[in-house]
Design a protein around this ligand. Structure first.
Ligand SMILES: [Zn+2]
Ligand SMILES: [Zn+2]
Ligand SMILES: [Zn+2]
Length: 247
């Protein structure tokens, strides 16, 4: 499998509009973070993990030629508002929990029950916590809590993608044992009501003990990539836009 981080920033992206802090003013490309999304290439299929408002630019950045399916983590706009830009890819299957799929049908109501030719062909599927298959690839949803909003992380083989969470129940943590690569939300150093801080994410990573952990969904308050990376334990990395890893 190959994972490409298309975007690694929080909902505002980095730089934050109007901000003059050292991270937002940095010239290091690793400090420029589009909204969170990743591309997983597995068994000849291209599976998108979320599809936020920067999707068009992200697709152009990597020359994305096909999208087979999208796994949505939750309904927040920084994770779904690129769905209209799936038009070039024909029929695309979209998977998430009921709350998210219901929101998609409201926000993108013009895409459903409409024979207009210029709309994206979104084929929505409501999933539960039960593992399911996309073209023979088994996907295991992981229930996570984004403050009070139930969201989904996803495990595929020995890889898991967990964004936008504050807490994860014990029975769900059990599903994250024995990972090669764990990707997880680590918003910033200070605590936040609906996201894990860097220290909280380090604690979960140490407990689950995957071979490698990559942090995503960082805000400008996570600091400069170069400085913050040096403060992390071995085998924990700050992801950055455009990074590709083999799993
Ligand atoms: Zn988010
Ligand atoms: Zn800033
Ligand atoms: Zn969110």
């Amino acid at each position: 499998m190959k994972l490409t981080f298309l975007g690694t920033g929080t909902s505002t992206g980095v730089p934050y509009i109007t901000c003059n802090c050292e991270t937002c003013q940095s010239k290091d490309p690793k400090d420029r973070r589009l909204r969170c999304s990743s591309l997983l290439e597995v068994d000849g299929k291209n599976i998108l993990l979320d599809c936020g408002p920067d999707f068009r630019q992200q697709a152009l950045n990597v020359g994305l030629q096909k999208v087979d399916a999208v796994l949505l983590t939750h309904k927040h706009m920084d994770h779904v508002l690129g769905l209209d830009d799936l038009r070039p890819y024909g029929n695309v299957r979209i998977y998430s929990n009921k709350e998210t799929i219901d929101a998609i049908h409201k926000v993108f109501s013009y895409c459903f029950n409409n024979d207009y030719k210029g709309i994206p062909q979104l084929e929505t599927h409501v999933i539960t916590q039960e593992p399911f298959e996309i073209d023979g690839i088994t996907i295991t949803p992981i229930l996570i809590w984004h403050y009070k909003l139930p969201a989904f992380g996803y495990r595929i083989k020995d890889f898991a993608y967990i964004t936008d969470y504050k807490s994860i129940d014990e029975d769900q943590l059990e599903k994250l044992k024995g990972l090669d690569v764990l990707v997880m939300d680590a918003l910033r150093w200070e605590e936040h009501f609906s996201h894990a801080s860097i220290d909280e994410a380090i604690a979960i990573s140490k407990r689950l003990n995957p071979k490698r952990t990559y942090f995503i969904h960082m805000s400008h308050s996570a600091g400069l990539h170069e400085k913050t990376q040096k403060l992390l334990p071995p085998n924990i990395y700050l992801a950055y836009d455009g990074l590709s890893i083999e799993i």
